[in-house]
Design a protein. Structure first.
Length: 366
């Protein structure tokens, strides 16, 4: 009996999720096990519907068993989110494959990208840690490094959210030596953060949540049994929201110092200081806005520093090249144009930078 595993949130269950389940069945799965986030989801928010209602809807959609992904994993970044889900599916002992959606729909390309990520994290761990401590956005650093070492085609895979999560699943399988066989299904219709539904009736969960909050009718974007559950929850005042926890969160934040904030899991890159500075915010929305503004300013500042460092490096290289050209002119009798071509060709032929070639010339003649 072939049993397939899915790691999901279903916040809320929509037509794209139903399509995924249908494809898993068509792939030969006689049973489907879903590892699903509970009442809180990875984006740090409360799920619209409680976990029991979402589990019931998953069963109606074709899932045979729903297990809860513990909160520490459900709220974690992709790597730990994936580790928790893969560990649960593996521990069952009777799940043969794990199925997940991706933008590229190519398991070979995803595997290449997963190996590239692991290679960067292993061989250049110190460099990546330094970049992260300096405040650079970790996924951007990883994508740039993969692009430089493994090519742009592989790096491009990392820039799509479902591909990124798929890669995390593949790395988790590898790290745990899990017997789960990966299977990916191309995502169709609306993109992950699409602001509009697709013509086929699919829409991203992000769009559905926003549209529903604005009073929109989402029945065309959801299975026939899912929309009534969402509508009824709203009528009965059972739609979850972090606003209900606002006073508690602000109280906790205002009575916690920066050192204690630093000790919270996944806090890093100076986030504890931005939280501490924003702790007098009057609401959660004001708190989040203050943190985003601080983060945007920091990112912009780091970008300027990066550009400044590039400019300094370029000016330094030009100084060395200029000095090397002068030496070639005086010592070898070359023209300025010939000296320039010599440095350029030497750099290309030996796969070195112009600075390295220039330093060699300077060391030879001075």
């Amino acid at each position: 009996m072939k049993i397939s595993g899915i790691i999901c949130e279903y916040n809320p269950l929509h037509n794209g999720h139903l399509y995924h389940l249908e494809q898993v069945r068509r792939g030969g799965a006689e049973g489907i096990v879903a590892v699903m986030s509970g009442n809180f989801v990875q984006r740090g928010d409360a799920a619209l519907l409680d976990k029991f209602t979402r589990a019931r809807l998953a069963i109606e959609g074709g899932v045979d068993l729903v297990l809860e992904l513990p909160v520490p994993y459900a709220l974690a970044p992709a790597e730990n989110f994936a580790m928790g889900g893969v560990a649960l599916l593996t521990a069952l002992g009777n799940v043969q494959e794990i199925s997940f959606g991706s933008e590229c729909g190519d398991i070979h390309l995803l595997s290449q990208a997963a190996q590239a990520c692991q290679g960067c994290k292993t061989d250049y761990a110190d460099l990546m840690d330094d970049s992260r401590r300096s405040g650079y956005y970790y996924p951007e650093v990883l994508s740039q490094m993969v692009g430089q070492l493994y090519g742009e085609e592989t790096a491009a895979v990392l820039r799509s959210p479902n591909n990124t999560l798929a890669i995390a699943y593949l790395n988790a399988i590898e790290e745990m030596d899990s017997p789960l066989q990966p299977m990916t299904i191309p995502r169709r219709g609306a993109g992950h953060n699409s602001s509009q539904p697709a013509p086929d009736g699919t829409a991203s969960a992000t769009y559905i949540r926003q549209f529903f909050a604005e009073g929109g009718d989402c029945r065309r974007m959801m299975p026939s049994y899912a929309w009534p559950a969402l509508r009824e929850a709203k009528q009965n005042g059972h739609i979850a929201s972090m606003e209900y926890l606002e006073r508690l969160i602000l109280y906790k934040l205002r009575t916690t110092d920066a050192d204690d904030l630093h000790d919270i899991a996944e806090i890093g890159q100076g986030l504890e200081h931005r939280l501490y500075k924003a702790k007098r915010s009057a609401s959660l929305e004001e708190l989040l806005q203050a943190i985003r503004m601080g983060s945007a300013f920091r990112h912009r500042l780091l970008g300027l520093q990066k550009e400044n460092n590039k400019l300094r490096a370029k000016l330094e290289e030009l100084r060395y090249v200029s000095r090397a050209k002068c030496l070639l002119i005086t010592e070898q009798g070359m023209s300025e144009e010939a000296a320039h071509r010599y440095i350029e060709k030497s750099a290309m032929d030996t796969r070195r930078t112009r600075k390295e070639v220039s330093l060699e010339i300077i060391a030879k003649y001075e």
